[in-house]
Write a protein that binds this ligand. Structure first.
Ligand SMILES: CC(C)(COP(=O)(O)OP(=O)(O)OC[C@H]1O[C@@H](n2cnc3c(N)ncnc32)[C@H](O)[C@@H]1OP(=O)(O)O)[C@@H](O)C(=O)NCCC(=O)NCCS
Length: 169
């Protein structure tokens, strides 16, 4: 094959490989202690708070493409209420449903532990979460179980909007 054609064929193969990788090789799984530094970097890059991650990383899920963490989502879970936090997807992987998968799997795991009320604070993604069933509430409607949360207490700005999803039993 002529060099130009060979280069074009390789280029097509690369695009094909990426598309296959994006759909097939992305795995969502519970975070390990060794993932905490990468989670914090991902949050910092997304301008999200890292306070409290060291205490709650065991509830975090990470999405990996091969060895690379490309998304994360976590929760601060109390008895029946949880603060959903730190939902972030690497910009190169956004708008392919990964955020939706992370939120869905987090809610499923928490609800299997008896959590029924899910709260979150956001300055940027109110519309995103309202499409996922969350309703905007006043801050004083946040469940008292969550008052221990550092994200709630001091990491998230006062201007952040509080949202809630109540799961039907
Ligand atoms: C919010 C975020 C996690 C979504 O991840 P994602 O993998 O792109 O989300 P999905 O592919 O599941 O959903 C994409 C849909 O959400 C919409 N969407 C993405 N971010 C949005 C936002 N901030 N506000 C409103 N809608 C948003 C897209 O337009 C798209 O809608 P469509 O399906 O109607 O086209 C990602 O944009 C991100 O990491 N943002 C920065 C961090 C952040 O703000 N996190 C939330 C704070 S708790």
């Amino acid at each position: 094959m002529k060099p130009g054609r060979l280069r074009a064929a390789r280029g097509l193969l690369f695009v094909y490989d990426r598309a296959v990788n994006e759909s097939a090789d992305i795995v969502i799984a519970p975070a390990a202690a060794a993932d905490v530094a990468a989670i914090k970097k991902m949050l910092t890059d997304a301008s999200l708070p890292t306070a409290g991650v060291d205490d709650h990383w065991k509830t975090f899920l990470v999405a990996r493409d091969g060895p690379t963490i490309i998304g994360c989502g976590g929760a601060e879970a109390y008895q029946t209420a949880a603060l959903i936090r730190s939902i972030a997807v690497d910009p190169a992987y956004q708008r392919h449903g990964l955020g939706r998968r992370l939120v869905r799997q987090l809610l499923d795991r928490l609800s299997s532990r008896g959590v029924r009320e899910f709260y979150l604070l956001t300055t940027t993604a109110e519309d995103y979460f309202s499409k996922r069933g969350f309703k905007t509430i006043d801050r004083d409607e946040i469940h008292p179980q969550l008052m221990a949360s550092r994200e709630l207490q001091d990491a998230c700005p006062e201007s952040a909007i509080a949202m809630r999803l109540v799961m039907l039993t």
